[in-house]
Design a protein around this ligand. Sequence first.
Ligand code: PMP
Length: 362
Amino acid sequence: MTERVFNFNPGPATLPLAILEKAQKEMLNYNGTGMSVMEISHRSKDFEAIILGAEALLKELMAIPDNYRVLFIGMGATGQFDMIPMNYIVDGKIGNYVITGSFANKAYKEAVKVGPTHIAASTKDLNFTRVANLDEIQMSENPAYLHITSNNTIFGTQWKEFPDTGDVPLIADMSSDILSRKIDVSKFALIYAGAQKNLGPAGAAVVIIRDDMIEKSNQNLPTMLKYDTYAKNNSLYNTPASFTIYMIKLMLEWVKEQGGLDVIEKRNEEKAKIVYDAVDASNGFYKGHAEVGSRSLMNVTFRLPNEDLEKEFVAEAAKVGLAGLKGHREVGGIRASIYNAMPVEGCRKLAEFMKEFQAKKA
Ligand code: PMP
């Protein structure tokens, strides 16, 4: 390939060309420093402007209330699977989990190592074809929190409405749909996401945390595992993933330039509809994995009549510049990840390809 392709990879994922070009332009000399962002001190005024700027932009774009902080923490989203129970499963409290996919289950399994846990709902018996219905959720007594996974990257399902947990902190792994739609942040005590889908390149988890959760974080933990270490030091207690955070800031600026979440949300709905319509119009040649009511706008998963055709589909698509369509082994088939940076054009081209492929093979 000599040109850029439409990249449907699940993460690391496609980034807007405009921000890659901006990073390229600034690569050798950032803001007149004579150095690249990778070479400047994380204690410099320039970097402080980047990290505080990224926090402020995310707050603006997601309408995050004033009593929340945005933290940048290493170890990816998986690190949060550990930090959450370590910080909040204390004093006999019980970590409550809704299991709607592989990552939800991984989060739960980490908590089991830390303290008492409870599965408040699970859709495992349904092969994770949908998220939990709100009336299926049964919390334990004395819950530390309820943990959900807002978008299940592997299975292609997404919560459309969120449980009302009253005083119980609601915690969400939004790794694969943060910043893709408008949500009411005030319903959540803590939201986290690995950066490498909708926020930028890999290297950091973004954590949106309510002030009382910072205060409540377990003081008996090693420094790097406590939320208040990051909050007190603007995520600069140690050297953060500075280049990743710089890219996140560029990505947030791009989202703002596009018109913010109003525009992004509508575009994501339009994009997903194009691909799901192609599935639905195929007379069963393409079969969606997710139940219609749980369909993810970020990861579209579907199967073909057999595995040979699926392999052929992925290979033929790659030849015409549609890359990264192979599904995860737990579902098989095809997965088209269509995060914020995937243009409408990419989804149109995929839908056309699906039609042509079916015409040739059905
Ligand atoms: N949660 C979800 C929903 C994910 O999709 C992923 C990564 N695909 C993770 C957690 C793990 O993220 P990381 O690789 O950043 O640890």
